[in-house]
Design a protein around this ligand. Sequence first.
Ligand code: ADP
Length: 374
Amino acid sequence: MASVKLTNVKKIYGKDTVAVQDFNLDIADKEFIVFVGPSGCGKSTTLRMIAGLEDISAGTVEIDGVVVNDLQPRDRDIAMVFQNYALYPHLTVFENMAFSLRLKNVPNDIVYEKVTQAAEILGITDYLTRKPRALSGGQRQRVAIGRAMVRDSKVFLMDEPLSNLDAKLRNQMRAEIILLRQKIDTTFIYVTHDQTEAMTLGDRIVIMKDGFIQQVGTPTEVFDMPLNLFVAEFIGAPKMNTFKTNLVCEGGKYYVTPYGSKIEVTGKKAEMLKSKGITSGEIILGVRPEHFVLSNASNPGAIPCKIVVNEMMGSELHLHVLEENGDRLIVRIPTVSLDDDQRNMLTYGHTIYVTFEGKVMHFFDKDTEQNLLI
Ligand code: ADP
């Protein structure tokens, strides 16, 4: 059992560098929580306050209902994996993993059992007698995770554990962390700047900016209903297209009019606009690249634009296009149904017409940048 609760947590470095503020979060036992946001937004500071590696300027951190603000890191029953694995170069993999148990004078047979069990789960049994320098980056990261695992801690903290690995290995280790999570029954708090890691690993994601929480939700919630423009643009890759346009309410129906087109808002989004009593006016509209579709000049909802970059990703094309006013949009087109003529047209310099469905739009206030439907 290990729940973690942060209440009004604040961190000020020195006199006036406010790194984290108004941080309130209830983490359930065995939940996998991810803190995500751009560099400098306060993710690591928050994690380090939970670990006890950083003083808490105000507020409380509780683990299982006990306030731990004044407890030493070793008394908090947590394990932490850092970005730089910090293995001892002169010790074998086995002894690196056993290190914390040796410090506690745990009997040899139990050390053996715990280390071999963790090694088995992580697939590093064959390397137990090697020194860290004889391991690849991914194997070293596994040892660092193993070293944290043997401690049977209540809470497992991970600070950008994959960011030193190359892209391929990072994807592989990400899947392994998901498997690991199924095998060790504990509460995870994971820090990353990478939205893909956050989306794939987290039961819930905490999106941060400038020391403040922007939104807490499941991956689906933050993707489908971003609370504000920052979250909308941060979650999802390539990022959501956002642009100022008019929302028009006419005869009980809503329309948007981006770049001279006219597209009806349909489905749940239209109902929500109505129930919120939203009237005509300028808004910021958000459309994800995958929600654009190819269209033609005769469609009043079509936006003419010119392709400036075409990125062939294999199963899809990412087209960077300029509409007539010079705004740049990103359009994602699946390649599976394209014929050769279409493929030839979807290249640099060609003009295409794009549109999007009425049910996939996101609406933000042009001043506050908050989602108008929440
Ligand atoms: P993140 O993990 O999201 O990249 P950090 O938590 O490391 O962000 O940093 C949050 C803010 O606190 C940043 O503005 C950073 O410069 C500042 N900061 C972090 N550590 C210190 C420190 N030891 N002394 C002073 N400022 C710090």
